[in-house]
Design a protein around this ligand. Structure first.
Ligand SMILES: Nc1nc2c(c(=O)[nH]1)N[C@H]1C(S)=C(S)[C@@H](COP(=O)(O)OP(=O)(O)OC[C@H]3O[C@@H](n4cnc5c(=O)[nH]c(N)nc54)[C@H](O)[C@@H]3O)O[C@H]1N2
Ligand SMILES: Nc1nc2c(c(=O)[nH]1)N[C@H]1C(S)=C(S)[C@@H](COP(=O)(O)OP(=O)(O)OC[C@H]3O[C@@H](n4cnc5c(=O)[nH]c(N)nc54)[C@H](O)[C@@H]3O)O[C@H]1N2
Ligand SMILES: [Mo]
Length: 765
């Protein structure tokens, strides 16, 4: 029997879904010029045994009560009824609040959950904790751009404007002569957009630009970071050394007397200090192309010819997120902005500096004329917070001081951690350390749709519906389509919506009315729509009523002009439109940052050698970048993601020379290891990666066993067993998960198959 297809939306695109002969079928939105194959993760995932079917409590927590416990991660679970689970949890929340106060609860709950505006797990959990406990310890910034979110406001005034209202794909297609992309702009990445995306435009924009004669340059350890459509030149660079390459280019510009002095003096502050550093006036080291070549691996002549090729052309310098998700991540993204200033390009159509263009499908596009609806989170009375990636530091070092963006802060003492809509055992670094960190708390609550590694470390596990199992509204600030997200299938097992779970807890804690304001989920969705409708009507638009919208499945929202935003205005009239920086100009050097006195982030872009560089023992760079076949760890058990595994393991890539030195052949299983841990992966050889570099995407579900020397070995290929858990610098404290060092060897031993897609062991007490 064929049922009707209905509209739905995910971070990986708008689509239609329905049941055909009882089987879930998805098909892309008809208007999407370059649909995303990630929607094919849904059909097999929806009813997969990896889903959580009923509430569960960890055996040790039930038997011994709340408290630190090293059994987390390898304990058994006990299935309980919803009533039992919610009673237990409400009692525990009350205990922690009464005894320790809301500042003992960590509700940062970072993660991507799903695209709907109402069933947005993070907003739901924050609202619930504010209403029920009076607040919680929050986290600030993201894993994506933790470093840039702190740095760019110092340099350019606004992070939001630099990423979302700057040079667009339309401008690139029309105006750019050169797109110099550090970290590339891989189409696998722009398939994703937080809140959903109805049209994937990047492939076509690159094709049109390239056909017009625009030259794309991919500066990356991997050629595949720009697609064939861009017909890009590839400049292979040693991971973590882009700053050095850029300094070499800057010195070349000075030597050619080709830097735009007028731009630097009219629009920038602090050029003289940086110039003195580049020319080595203090340290005696001239940062020229010869110097740069010895560090970044790009030959000096290539650095010079690359620099010359940019002169007198409309150049867009793009800096990917990936470069700042690494030690000293501030430096390359700051220096990339300076390079665009030296070329005098900032604020021109199709020229200048774009941070993170191409890393998401909603960057480089027109902005909607109105904002997307969202659930109010209420008021948080707790002042303490952490930069998001300092979670393990916080749990392991309560009461200890740390530095962040000029502030001296102290880690709070956390007893209860509540996670809904994120997977810390996916996203965090050094998972062995994270496991130790989570063993310290009294109670770890995870609301999830699947038995992720985080759920497997939790004390109370509450099954949440997945997006297809409920109604919602999909909308993102730079996508013109608001989507009526229809319910396609019934909830799996006993799964409940996050909202319904929080209503059950709110009722037990006597705050139901404050939490739900008398609305059912459906009434909230209608309320969201009507708020948007009222705004549009006030602007003079004709907008259908909710019923019509729901039936049509979508509403087209008005968009703003592609006007180049803040940086264009600044260029046109810097006195009338100063930037929100120390001087109102672009900060090539910053006295404020220098004043913080951080040796790991001085007052101008600086080459700082990484603490973690290859050694004899661990001679290879490991890149753990975003996976092509899924969003992070989500639906790793889905058909599309599974189709990319080899021998059931995640696939890493390396250069044939790297493999040959180690007796590794294409298709072998390999062990990647360092001092922190190890993982098993299958290997694919390619000459499109720099020798000495291994790449493995993130997101294979963490499936550890203890290896011979007592270290964690992930049998599935999760790189975060290897990555180092340190902040980018004292200034920004961002995640540094992108890069680490490893050794690789052919794996000869026996190892069990991946078991993490089956639920953990259950007992009845
Ligand atoms: N080594 C390394 N590590 C990295 C990175 C890297 O480059 N290298 N990148 C980092 C980056 S940029 C990011 S953004 C993070 C991503 O980290 P996360 O955002 O934590 O990763 P996801 O796998 O998307 O986790 C989302 C979880 O929400 C669950 N979920 C989905 N919908 C719902 C819902 O409606 N309700 C509830 N309760 N749960 C739901 C999903 O099942 C999934 O487990 O990873 C970071 N980690
Ligand atoms: N398919 C898919 N797309 C995604 C996501 C996903 O999970 N799946 N996640 C989304 C999220 S949350 C984010 S934050 C963005 C992340 O956007 P990015 O961080 O830009 O994405 P990555 O794929 O991690 O890295 C991009 C490329 O940078 C290169 N690179 C690594 N180190 C260096 C270096 O030192 N120098 C240079 N020049 N290049 C380097 C790598 O070859 C890598 O392929 O992607 C988004 N898009
Ligand atoms: Mo991210």
């Amino acid at each position: 029997m064929t049922s009707q297809f209905h509209a739905h939306s995910a971070h990986w695109g708008a689509f239609q879904a329905g049941l055909v002969d009882g089987r879930l079928v998805v098909r892309p939105h008809a208007g999407d010029p370059d649909p995303n194959p990630l929607i094919e993760n849904f059909p097999d995932a929806a009813r997969h045994p990896a889903r959580i079917s009923a509430p569960a409590v960890r055996r040790g927590w039930l038997e011994r009560g709340p408290g630190p416990d090293t059994a987390r991660g390898h304990d058994e679970y006990v299935q309980v009824s919803w009533n039992e689970a919610l009673d237990l949890l409400a009692r525990e929340l009350k205990r922690v609040k009464d005894r320790h106060g809301p500042s003992a609860v960590f509700g940062g709950s970072y993660g991507w959950s799903s695209a709907g505006r109402f069933h947005h797990a993070q907003s739901q959990v924050h609202r619930f904790l504010n209403v029920a406990l009076g607040g919680y310890v929050r986290s600030v910034n993201s894993y994506s751009a933790g470093c840039a979110e702190v740095l760019l406001p110092h340099i350019l005034g606004s992070f939001e404007h630099v990423v979302k209202r700057n040079v667009t794909w339309e401008q690139i297609a029309k105006h750019s002569d050169v797109v110099l992309a550090f970290g590339g702009m891989a189409l696998k990445n722009s398939r994703i957009a937080s809140g959903g995306v109805s049209r994937h435009v990047e492939r076509d924009a690159m094709l049109r630009a390239a056909q017009r004669g625009c030259q794309f340059i991919c500066v990356s350890p991997q050629r595949s970071d720009l697609p064939p459509e861009a017909a890009a030149d590839w400049i292979p660079v040693t991971p973590g050394t882009d700053t050095d390459l850029m300094l070499g280019m800057a010195c070349t510009l000075i030597e050619l007397d080709a830097h735009d002095r007028t731009f630097l003096s009219r629009y920038c502050s602090g050029w003289d200090e940086l110039e003195a550093y580049i020319l080595g006036r203090q340290d005696g080291v001239r940062k020229d192309a010869q110097w740069a070549a010895t560090i970044c691996g790009v030959p000096a002549e290539r650095i010079v010819s690359l620099t010359k090729s940019l002169l007198k052309r409309r150049v867009l310098v793009v800096a990917a997120h990936s470069m700042q998700r690494a030690e000293h991540g501030e430096q390359p993204i700051w220096m990339a902005a300076v390079l665009a200033c030296m070329l005098g390009q900032i604020g021109l159509p199709g020229g200048g500096y774009n941070y993170a263009l191409g890393t998401f499908g909603h960057y480089g596009r027109r902005n909607n004329a109105i904002s997307s609806p969202s659930l109010s989170q209420g008021t948080n009375s707790v002042k303490a917070f952490i930069p998001v990636a300092r979670i393990a530091d916080m749990l392991l070092h309560p009461g200890e001081p740390f530095e962040y963006n000029g502030q001296h802060l102290v880690y709070p003492d956390i007893r209860l951690v509540y996670w809904a809509g994120g997977n810390p055992f996916h996203h965090h670094q050094d998972l062995t350390r994270l496991t130790r960190a989570f063993s310290q708390v009294d109670t770890f609550v995870v609301q999830e749709s699947a038995w992720t590694a985080s759920a497997r470390h939790a004390d109370i596990v509450l099954p949440a519906t997945m997006t297809l199992e409920r109604e919602d509204i999909g909308s993102a600030p730079t996508d013109a389509l608001m989507v009526a997200m229809h319910q396609i299938i019934e909830p799996y097992g006993e799964a409940r919506d996050d909202y319904e779970i929080f209503c059950g807890l709110a009722q037990r804690l006597g705050v139901l009315d404050a939490f739900c304001e008398g609305r059912t989920a459906q009434e909230w969705i209608r309320h969201f729509y009507n708020t948007t409708r009222d705004t549009l009507v006030a602007l003079g638009h004709e907008v259908p009523d909710f019923g019509t919208f729901w039936e049509r499945g979508e509403l087209v929202l008005p968009q703003l002009e592609d006007d180049g935003g803040m940086l264009r205005k600044f260029r046109q009239d810097p006195d009338a439109h100063p930037l929100a920086t120390e001087s109102g100009k672009i900060m090539v050097s910053s006295a404020r940052i220098a004043g913080f006195g951080y040796i790991d982030c001085p007052g101008h872009p600086t080459w700082i050698p990484p603490v973690e560089a290859p050694t004899d023992e661990y001679p290879l760079h490991l890149i753990s970048n975003q996976p092509a076949a899924r969003l992070h760890s989500q639906l790793d058990f889905g058909g599309h993601s599974q189709s990319t595994k080899m021998h059931g393991r995640e696939v890493c890539t390396m250069h044939p020379d790297t493999a040959q030195e180690r007796g590794i052949e294409d298709g072998d299983l390999v062990r990647l290891f360092n001092a922190r841990g190890a993982c098993i992966a299958a290997v694919r050889l390619t000459s499109e990666i720099l020798p000495g570099v291994v790449q493995i995407p993130t997101g294979a579900w963490y499936d550890p066993v203890e290896d011979a020397d007592g270290k964690n070995l992930c049998v599935h290929g999760n790189p975060n067993v290897l990555t180092r858990d340190v902040g980018t610098s004292r200034l920004t404290q961002g995640c540094t998960g992108q890069l680490t060092i490893v050794q690789a060897e052919r794996f000869k031993g026996e190892v069990r198959p991946v078991g993490v897609f089956q639920p953990p062991a259950f007992v009845t007490l």
